[in-house]
Design a protein around this ligand. Sequence first.
Ligand code: COI
Length: 377
Amino acid sequence: MGKMAMARQAATVARSGEILHITIEPLESRDMKPLTDPAQLGFGRIFTDRMFTMRYSKGSGWGDARIERYRSFSFDPAACVFHYGQEVFEGLKAYVSEDGRILMFRPEQNARRMIRSAERMCLPPAPEEVFLKALEKLVLLEKRWIPRVPGTSLYIRPTLIGTQGVLGVHPSEEALFYIILSPSGAYFKGGFMPVSLLVEDTYVRAVPGGVGEAKTGGNYAASLLAGERAQEKGFSQVLWLDGRERKYVEEVGSMNIVFCFGKKLVTPALNGSILPGITRASVLELARRLGYEAEERRIAIDEVIAGAADGSLTEAFGTGTAAVISPVGSLFYKGKNYTIGGDKVGPVTQELFDRLTAIQYGRAKDEFGWVREIGRV
Ligand code: COI
């Protein structure tokens, strides 16, 4: 579907009162699972009782929006998603504040990024207002699942897949948009502790003109082998370099990357092959508001390594919805290990983490208008 046609489709759906009607299937009490001890949650392993689903077909557009019991899907074995990876997804979180407000962090940014990802992957995007309404309704119905222990939240995974069963390589004429919820703790087992990264100079994640900036499953599938090899060697994740010259830093396995040269923050500029992270954008805005200088530019791995070697690179951290802000304690590159900031959590990383999470959990005033209150527990 062309961009114009998709925009027209989205507009039709958004205007139609019918699509905003969500059928809510009753949940039997026997289908309500027991809550997991928040200390045992881990990341993305537990799912709530219900999910949101909505179906698309080329002839009739989006319809059949429902909140139903979390259960397995059944698809034609020839479905496009299985063969040609026509899939995009999002990740965001819901939190409960100390005074019982249910908060979401910048969900409209996820809705917009999903539309951009969908357009890149020739999928029909769910309109922003439908995305937001579905999200809010589902999270409110499932609010008992939002964990309230510090560092935990309800991770939300909106997903869009091509479901038409046909083997010709062309955009799917049928799609499914669904949202599942997973009460989660820290993304990394160690929590807010420095991670070690292997600078990957063999494999690449994305190339100019490719799909690196789309949040599509194939980017993560393509990263698995390098990630596995890095973990076998004892590193948490890989730091990707650019796909053309393997010279410039791009991002980390599941995060964007920020380097601190004292009070100056430097992060790779969005160049089409880097994921435009919402946490990345928020941290840059927050840092600038706090008086830091924050540069978005091309940054050579040689500059990073030189900074680590001479100590001018004082801190580094990853940013992502799942990982929030994750300190980076060391980089391994061309056979040598470089420690950053004594492999400890540095003051800049700590301040940004504290400030950002205080906004997300409703402990601090949100001067940016990032937090959306959707109800109370
Ligand atoms: C996120 O941070 O939400 C992500 O999608 C990264 C990863 C868990 C795939």
